[in-house]
Design a protein around this ligand. Structure first.
Ligand code: MSK
Length: 649
């Protein structure tokens, strides 16, 4: 695997956004350390760790599984070590999205009780959920019902006793519920499955890797229906359901003569209030007083995606671009909430005098200004948001103008593709299904997830998606992948030019891009809802539909749960870099004479995810392909096979 890692030259040659390339070169010239320097310093990376063969689950170890030592000190073998590592990564991601959901849900309760100064903007979602959860709404007003809905969502996060999860009961397809029941993988709640997973994988816990594989599915369902659906829909209750809008993105949205404030992280709660304060006459006047012509707010990662979707606030970049954005020397303040904020951010901020403001008690950074938002005690929310806005604007006066280097690249984009917006623009799921059946749209693939330094920055995202739309496949996207695609111009209606003739004609007729940016990571549920509805409309299992989940540049632990959530629904995954699973190394058997004597070197875990094991349970499997053109080919073949099996041309 180490031999496959890209070098600096590959990154500079292949990264598709010339603004990122310019900043990488600029920061190297300036001697400012970035992820690329640290990635080089870490080479070669530990082969045991890369293949998931390092066991650190107790203090007898660490143990490393090899041919010489096939068991850890406690007796764990390869299957048990690898599967334990994977399911632990999944629940770490579950905990992260769970904390996000918790904050948003608690804010609904505080807003409904009048303690948090937010007006609930997603009335439609409140009534929909109340009906789906079969709540008694007779004679109750919006706030009262929203509060009851929020308590159901909290129960999905934290229930410790057996019982159906509200969200799963409400939105999961019937055929899947039966499968999950038969497999015994229906979850209790997010918190319970985190506890149970850590319990099962601790020293002296579960010795059966197949039971851990079941726990993987169970935890993924808890992840999907409590933390993802919970965060996404609770945010819609608070701030409304996004609608499509046109905007500009990329590094060039930063302006030398403006105050530039970047917002970054995952939870959009406090940032909504900060945005409100930034737009207030008081802060706009303050900007003029410090000599700025105005204020630019730019988004990074999923907080950026949320503001882009709701207000068309321009986004700049993703997790691996956060240091590059600060390297422009034009960012007066970066306001970060939770997750995906790397420690390297502060190193670059200090080089350029950028004020770093942290707003979440879980995500502290030494030396940053900390103005936390506490969802259970939001009394100072307005005052604190104003304080953040003031500090950010006042930083403009301190900026060292000799260090500014803003790449002059802006890109047009259309974002805000909520579940409702997608259905509306096509005229309903019946119409989307008709287009799929007749082949105007060959399939729908969601291409999502983080970046990894293990492939050239953003190259896989952009290359795969270009190939897919060329083949008539409609793409949805979220998270850091969406920033790559937004900056590459693939989310603008004009990108229809790059699509197959039938998809191009359709997109031009509807005035939409062939790549729909649906929001942040938690909004993968918007695509999942669409997949569920389309399969139900077609009257077939989700596993039979021409759909796929693609994570070209896996990074965060959160991506594990995203992929397994779709697998559990019957949607196969394509992953762009091998997960920490021993890659099969084919070798000739002893005394081999022909290729029939090739031992594929497959182990049980590879066979489970990529072979028959998981497929037999849920009808989906994992494909791994780090070379993006081959990855696109694999996806196209998968879609083609599904279409043929359905008898669709
Ligand atoms: S922000 S989880 S690096 S997509 Fe959602 Fe990006 Fe991955 Fe964070």
């Amino acid at each position: 695997l180490n031999a496959e890692m890209p070098g600096r030259e590959d990154v500079l040659e292949l990264t598709p956004n010339r603004a990122s390339k310019e900043m990488l070169e600029h920061l190297a010239e300036q001697g400012v350390e970035t992820f690329l320097d640290r990635f080089e310093a870490q080479q070669p990376q530990c082969g045991f760790g890369l293949r998931g063969l390092c066991c650190r689950m107790c203090q007898w170890g660490p143990c490393r599984i090899s041919e010489k030592a096939p068991r850890g000190i406690c007796g764990r073998d390869l299957n048990l070590v690898v599967m334990s590592n994977i399911v632990r990564a999944l629940v770490a991601g579950l905990a992260a999205h769970g904390r996000h959901a918790h904050e948003v849900i608690l804010t609904i309760i505080e807003a409904a009780e009048g303690r948090a100064n937010f007006k609930l903007k997603g009335e439609q979602r409140v009534w929909e959920l109340a009906e789906k959860f079969q709540l008694d709404t007779q004679g109750k007003d919006l706030s009262a019902v929203a509060k009851e809905v929020a308590f159901c969502l909290l129960e999905d996060l934290g229930r410790m006793t057996a019982g159906p999860m509200y969200m799963l009961e409400a939105y999961a397809p019937q055929e899947r519920k039966q499968i999950w029941k038969r497999l015994g993988v229906l979850p209790r709640s997010a918190s319970y499955e985190v506890m149970e997973t850590l319990h099962m994988t601790t020293l002296g816990g579960c010795s059966d890797w197949t039971a851990l594989a079941e726990q993987e599915l169970r935890s993924a369902l808890a992840y999907c229906y409590s933390t993802l659906f919970g965060s996404s829909m609770a945010t819609e209750i608070l701030f409304g359901i996004p609608k499509p809008k046109i905007t500009q993105v990329n590094y060039g949205v930063l302006k030398e003569d403006h105050v530039n404030i970047l917002v970054h992280g995952h939870s959009p709660v406090m940032v909504e209030k900060i945005l409100e304060k930034i737009n207030s006459p008081e802060i706009q006047e303050l900007a003029r007083t410090v000599g700025a012509k105005g204020i630019v707010v730019g988004g990074m990662c999923c907080t950026g995606d949320e503001l882009l979707a709701r207000y068309g606030i321009p986004t700049v970049t993703n997790i691996m671009g956060q240091e590059l954005a600060l390297g422009t020397g034009a960012v007066d303040a970066v306001v970060v909430d939770m997750q995906c904020v790397i420690p390297g951010l502060k190193i670059v901020a200090d080089c350029f005098g950028t004020e770093v403001i942290t707003t979440c008690n879980s995500n502290r950074i030494p030396g940053a200004t900390h103005i936390p938002f506490d969802a259970e005690n939001p009394a100072n929310l307005d005052e604190d948001a104003l304080k953040v806005a003031r500090i950010a604007v006042e930083s403009f006066a301190k900026r060292d103008r000799s260090k500014i280097r803003i790449p002059q690249v802006t890109t047009k984009a259309m974002a805000g593709w909520s579940y409702e917006a997608i259905k509306d623009v096509f005229g309903g799921t019946g119409e989307i299904l008709r287009l799929l059946r007749e082949g105007t749209i060959k399939g729908i693939v969601t291409v999502v997830g983080c970046n990894t330094p293990k492939v050239p920055y953003e190259y896989n995202h952009v290359t795969i998606v270009r190939k897919l739309i060329e083949s008539g496949i409609l793409v949805t996207t979220t998270g850091c992948c969406s920033h790559a695609l937004l900056n590459a111009g693939l989310c603008a209606p004009e990108a229809a030019e790059y699509a197959s003739s039938s998809l191009k004609e359709l997109c031009q007729q509807l005035g939409i891009p062939p790549v729909l940016a649906v929001g942040g990571c938690v909004d993968n549920t918007r695509t999942l809802r669409l997949f569920i509805d389309l399969a139900e409309e077609a009257g077939v299992s989700l596993a039979d539909m021409p759909f796929m989940f693609v994570g070209p540049e896996p990074g965060n632990e959160k991506t594990v749960g995203q992929g397994v959530s779709f697998l559990a629904h019957g949607v196969s995954n394509l992953v762009g870099f091998p997960a920490p699973i021993p890659v099969p190394v084919p070798k000739l058997k002893e005394n081999a004479e022909t290729h029939d004597d090739l031992d594929p070197g497959i182990n049980d875990i590879v066979d489970f995810f990529g072979g028959e094991g998981l497929y037999e349970k849920v009808g989906a499997k994992v494909f791994t392909e780090p070379y993006p053109k081959l990855a696109a080919q694999t996806i196209r073949m998968h879609i083609r096979r599904k279409r043929l099996a359905l008898g669709w041309k």
